[in-house]
Structure formats: C-alpha cells, structure tokens
Design a protein around this ligand. Structure first.
Ligand SMILES: [Zn+2]
Length: 500
C-alpha cells in the first residue's frame, strides 16, 4: 500500500518516516496515520507484534457516562483478553465520536483470533484480543513481540465500519451545511447503535423548510459525488485553536484529546464543502451517502443551556430504518384492515371513537351512580339508628376508584336532597371478575361522621391490609389479592357490626 495517495496527502515529509516500514524493531505507527486512516477501504494488512500483555478488565462504566459506551462492543466481565500493539493496523481504535472497529488477527500457526475492541492509548492503537479457552500462555506465545500476523476487518467488521464511515462522513457534511448555510453550530454528535438514527446537537431548533433545504443541498453534493481526502502534517500544539464556546459556556465540538501523543495533525476535507480536524475513517467520496434528516428537531433543556437535536441517517442504515418503519406501518395497516395510505385517517378515527366511548361510559356510570345512591337513600329512610351498609361490586374498569368516587358523590348529593339527618356509614368495595392473586381491590368509605370514617378506615388497614387514607367524610384505599365474599366480605361486615 502506498503511503501517499490522492486520498491521503502527507503535507510534511517527516511523517512518511513515521509510518512503519517493516524494519524498525519495536516501533508502531502512531494513531493519526494508521493504515485504516490512510486507506479506509483496506481490509487486510501484514503486521508485526510490537507488544502484548494480559489485559486488566475495564472498570465497570458508571451510571451517568454510559452514552459513549453505546456502540463500544462489550467485553463481558470474565472474558480474558490480551492487549496487543501491532506495527500498524486496519482496525480503527475508537475516537472522534467514531466507535471502535471489530475484526480478526491471523497468527502464523493458522489460528484466527477475535479482536473485540480497539482503543487508543496515548499514540498507540491497542487491540483487545480474546484468549481461547483460558490459555493465556498459549496466547502470549502466539503474540510474542516480533511475531508476524495478518490483521483483518472480517465481513462483520467491515459492515460495521462501513456503517460508521457512512454516518461519520455524513455528519461532517451535515454540520458543514448547517454552519455555512444557516449559521447553526454543531455542539456534539452521536453515532448511536445500529440501526437507530444518529444525531447532531445544535445551537437552535430548525423549521421544516430549513431541514428540507439542508437535506436537498446535502443530496445534491452526494449526487455530484464530491471527493473526500485527508491532509496530515506533524502537530504543532501552538497552532491548535482552543475549543470555541457559546455564550452559555457550552463547548462547540471537541478539541484534540488531551492524552493524544501521536503528534499528527489530521484534517478531513470534503472538496469545496468542508475542512475539519478529525481522526475518524472517512469514505473517499460522498457517493451513495444519501442523507435523510428526520423531519423534526427535539428541543432539549440542559441545566446551563438549551440545545436542539437533529436526527439523521445515511448509507446502509437508511435501508434498515426504512425496512423497520415500513414493517411497523404495514402491521398497523393489517390491524386496521386498510391500505397503508389510510393509516393516519383510520388511527385518527379510532382515537376519536375511543374518546367518545370514554365519554359515554362516564355518562352511563354517572347515571348508574345516581340510581345506586337513590336506592341507598331509600333504604336509609327510617333506619332509626345509624345506617350501616356494605356494597360490593364486580368491575373490570381500568379506573374503579373514579367510579366509586362518583357513587360516593351521588350519595352525598342524594342524602342532602332527601333532607334526612340519619347518621350513616357506607362501605363501597370493588374487585375484578377474574379470580387472580394479582387483582387490585378498591374500597371507598363514606359517612356522616369523620371520626367514624377514620376509625373504619384504620380497621380496614389492620383487618384487610388495605393501603389508603382519607380526609373528612371520605376514605379510600386498595389491596391486592382475590376477593372472597366468605373471607373479605365477612371481614367488612364484622367491621361494620363493631361500629356504633
Ligand atoms: Zn469527525
């Protein structure tokens, strides 16, 4: 593979010497000019082991900072790995928002080893190689310094890489157009797990017209097949500009990682569109990178600043996205027994029907509650002493408490209307029709004396394990389990009997 190419332009001759020539013992090509960065389509490379060691398991990721780990292939706890450094590699170590590649390494004895992850340590690309059957000594022998190996992006590894490259190059294109056409800055971006859409976080929300305009512009450039190339020279930290900040203090993009010691300054150029310092692997042209922007922006509130999120898809992921959304749509259409174009109309109709059905149920429940209340008041007339009553109902409604509350309100109204001064205590209870231990039973207590209502409520807690509470003349609660008239029903009757 040539070191210089139309794609990979070395601006300073010094760097050519930094790329492993095959005769320097113990030397590895620094991250910034790795083979995968010089030729993103290269899938196989002969290399030599520079160093290898048993890997210490990575510390468990802490709750908050898991965003970055989304796409890092997981190395399971207990997995034994070697950390292997080679003279050069086609496996890209995670960086610049682009996740790590996965791949394989062939050793001289014909063994194929899985590379689960690659990471940058300082200026070196470190491969996390899975050890077979716990044979650490055998693995260390196969990867002894000086051993010749072949490092490869296998089919799965290349498919993964192609997806990442498509999205990364598209992100550069998208961010450049947002900035040059609309003055919108990209604060960060995220390459999410396949096949979700990726997103850029931007300084403000966008109208549908703006989104369409940017998408059209991007796809015009894709159609033209704009070329992409990389320019490298040695890094002069005195020339590295500090990361720009918004008025709110939010950083615009990410600067050079502080622990980067590779000494390479790398700029990714989309001809006539964008120049951007980046360590990622980028496709040599915009060919076939159709950009699809999800036509809405999500506004996010952060403690210090408000930003918006613009979701996008590109390359092979668009097909995956279209396939899954198409499947959702066709299965919804099948449920509704209609053609896909009629789905929005039919769903609107279902939602409206549901709303009016709910209203009808509420009206019917209110009417029923009034009949129940009228019956109770009739019974109450002439009771003489305190009127005590337990009324149990079987209900499969999703909101039983609302119905019992409606009955209670209707009772209060009917009692007031009747002008009776008879003291009373009424317990309403309800359980679902199916006899299941997971059932939730609801109780509602109402009465003419708040102390009595509270006392009965407390008794329900101790005797039936009801969880609840109340205020004034009302008390309500719930408990789980099967309602049996012989058991729960008679417990309620006993409670009522004890009241005087
Ligand atoms: Zn980049």
């Amino acid at each position: 593979m040539s070191i210089d190419s139309e794609y990979h332009r070395i601006l300073s001759p010094l760097l050519r010497g930094w790329i492993y020539g095959g005769d320097t013992v113990g030397y590895s090509t620094p991250v910034g000019i790795l083979a995968c960065q010089r030729d993103p389509l290269l899938r196989k490379l002969d290399a030599t082991v520079v160093a290898s060691a048993l890997s210490s398991p990575p510390p468990p990721s802490k709750g908050k900072n898991t965003k970055k780990a989304v796409l890092a292939p997981t190395i399971h706890p207990g997995e034994i790995c070697l950390e292997v450094c080679l003279t050069d590699t086609v496996i890209f170590p995670e960086g610049g928002g682009q996740p790590s590649d996965t791949g394989i390494i062939h050793t001289l004895d014909g063994t194929v080893w899985a590379v689960l992850q690659a990471k940058r340590h300082g200026d070196k690309a470190i491969h996390f190689v899975r050890v077979h059957d716990g044979d650490i000594d055998g693995a260390l022998l196969a990867f002894a310094p000086g051993a010749k190996v072949k490092v490869e992006l296998d089919q799965a590894g290349f498919a993964r890489r192609q997806d990442h490259m498509s999205l990364h190059t598209s992100q550069h294109l998208l961010s450049a157009l947002l900035e040059t056409r609309l003055g919108i800055k990209t604060l960060s971006w995220s390459l999410t797990s396949y096949p979700s859409s990726c997103y850029v976080e931007i300084s403000r929300g966008m109208s549908l017209q703006e989104i369409t305009m940017i998408q059209d512009e991007a796809n015009k450039l894709v159609f033209e097949g704009k070329k992409v190339h990389v320019e490298v020279e040695e890094l002069d930290t005195r020339n590295v500009k500090p990361v720009e900040k918004l008025e709110s203090g939010r950083a615009v993009g990410r600067g050079l990682p502080e622990d980067y010691t590779g000494g390479v300054h790398r700029v990714v150029v989309i001809d006539g569109v964008d120049r951007n310092p980046c360590c990622g692997t980028h496709l040599p042209s915009l060919n076939n990178l159709q950009l699809f922007i999800l036509p809405h922006t999500e506004t996010l509130s952060r403690s210090s600043t408000t930003v918006a999120r613009l979701n996008f898809l590109a390359g092979p992921r668009i097909i995956a996205h279209l396939t899954s959304t198409h499947n959702y749509l066709t299965s919804t259409a099948a449920i509704l027994s209609c053609g896909t174009p009629s789905v929005p109309e039919r769903v609107t109709q279902v939602v409206e029907d549901r709303r009016s059905a709910t209203k009808r149920i509420e009206e019917a429940e209110l009417e029923l509650a009034r009949y129940i209340a009228t019956d109770l008041v009739r019974e109450m007339q002439g009771a003489g002493s305190i009127f005590k009553k337990h009324l149990h109902r079987t209900e499969d409604s999703t909101n039983v408490l609302a119905f019992l509350t409606t009955i209670a309100s209707a009772c209060f109204e009917a009692i007031a209307e009747s002008g009776t001064e008879n003291p009373y205590l009424i317990i309403l209870s309800s359980s679902p029709s199916a006899q299941m231990v997971t059932n939730t039973n609801v109780v509602f207590i109402l009465g003419s004396d708040d102390k009595l209502v509270k006392e009965v409520g407390e008794a329900m807690k101790t005797k039936l394990g009801v969880k609840g509470g109340g205020k004034g003349l009302k008390w309500s609660g719930k408990f789980s389990g099967v309602w049996k008239n012989r058991k729960e029903g008679s417990a309620v009757e006993d409670i009522l009997k004890s009241v005087s």
